[in-house]
Design a protein around this ligand. Structure first.
Ligand code: PLP
Length: 394
């Protein structure tokens, strides 16, 4: 049959039709444990009652008004989100890439306000910030750039976890206006930040008058055991980008900002037809309200530690497994070879996973995961990974 879809993805032949909690079913009725959550999106699990209730109410109210009208669910969401994140103001959009675009535009406005005519953002090698032209240019990965040149100007890249490299930037480049990074590199293969690194970046930003931009599109909304990963530290960024889990499957992104960065946009500088629409904001309000008592964060910390420990124990010493690493319920198993066939092998055994950076099995299950689910992930991977390693070459 002619494929009418552009070839941007290469999906496995599993089509999901129903989900409940950590479980999903395909069109043939086969049941799977969801250990990828639509790539870190359905953080509260499928068909979460509060999310479904907000949707139910929302679809019977006005669906679209545009931002030329006051949207009360948007105002409420901005208040709640900023309070929880310790930020001052919010802009709502539809995706992670748009949230980062917003952050990049803020950094450029900031630069121009300081009379820097060619503002430059320091980004990290191996990073991922999205697929729009500015965000792919910000991503420190030539594979993502390839074929889309000329790139958007104004980015320079340094190695992750390398403070001396950032210090050298400060000495050599007067056009720098911001530093942009993910607290755990997600698409880059679940690369975890070193302890103390965010604090050191914050200090360098303060010394040099740069904005600190955190891309928490993947790490946010509870994924690492706090609303945002920076909340494990004592620092605050100036700008934070969020999306994925914010709508638990309903598309919404947000750029939150604090201090000077919160007041850079003037009317007409930025906007979005759909961004901040009543339905998505009502759902995001419901998502955030379920996080407010902190119980999910406790579960993420406990289950994340347990899953990581069990995976290390069962698989960490197998030849072919390079490293098991992660933070909260964001865990990567790096193999010594490309491992895309693992998607189907695991699915055949009733487990849905994702693969990133070619060689890394990524586990980003719903944050409501319980011990028996973690055990099932471990036993299924302990069966399928050795099977895959036997069948393939490094
Ligand atoms: N930033 C990070 C850290 C991401 O992981 C992603 C998506 O995987 C994005 C940005 C892009 O988000 P979206 O696909 O919603 O545009």
């Amino acid at each position: 049959m002619t494929d009418y879809l552009m070839s941007t993805y290469n999906p496995i032949p599993v089509s999901l039709t129903r989900g409940e909690g950590v479980w999903v079913w395909d069109e043939n009725g086969k049941k799977y444990l969801d250990a990828y959550a639509g790539i870190a999106v359905t953080n509260l699990g499928h068909s979460h009652p509060q999310v479904m209730a907000a949707l139910e109410v929302g679809i019977h109210q006005v669906l679209h008004t545009s931002n030329i009208m006051t949207i009360s669910a948007q105002k409420q969401l901005a208040h709640r989100f900023c309070t929880m994140a310790h930020m001052d103001r919010a802009f709502f959009c539809n995706s992670g890439a748009e949230a980062n675009e917003t952050a990049i535009k803020l950094a450029r406005l900031y630069g121009h306000q300081k009379n820097i005519s060619k503002p430059t953002i320091v980004a990290m090698q191996n990073s991922f910030h999205g697929r729009t032209l500015a965000t792919l240019s910000a991503s420190g990965n030539t594979k993502i750039h390839k074929g889309f040149e000329p790139l958007v100007d104004g980015f320079t890249y340094i190695p992750y976890n390398d403070i001396p490299a950032l210090q050298r930037c400060a000495q050599s480049n007067p056009n720098i206006v911001a530093v942009m990074l993910e607290p755990v590199q997600g698409e880059g293969g679940i690369r975890v930040i070193e302890d103390g690194y965010l604090e050191k970046i914050r200090a360098l930003c303060d010394e040099n008058g740069w904005l600190m931009i955190l891309d928490e599109v993947q790490t946010g909304i509870g994924r690492t055991g706090a609303l945002f990963a920076y909340q494990h530290t004592s620092i605050l960024p100036d700008i934070v980008a969020s999306a994925k889990g914010l709508g638990n499957g309903i598309p919404i992104g947000a750029c939150l900002a604090r201090g000077i960065a919160a007041n850079l946009f003037q009317v007409g500088n930025h906007g979005s037809t759909f961004g901040g629409n009543p339905l998505c904001c009502s759902v995001a309000n419901a998502v955030l309200s379920t996080l407010e008592d902190g119980k999910i964060y406790t579960n993420v910390l406990q289950m994340g530690a347990y899953l990581l420990e069990m995976l290390k124990k069962e698989l960490g010493n197998i030849p072919g497994v390079v490293e098991v690493r992660g933070r909260g319920l964001m865990i990567g198993l790096e193999l010594d070879r490309p491992c895309r066939p693992m998607l189907q092998l695991a699915a055949d055994e009733g487990l849905l996973i994702s693969v990133t950076s070619e060689k890394v099995i990524r586990l980003v299950p719903p944050l409501i995961l319980q011990k028996e689910h973690a055990d099932l992930i471990v036993t299924t991977l302990a069966k399928t990974i050795p099977m895959f390693l036997r069948q393939s070459q490094p």
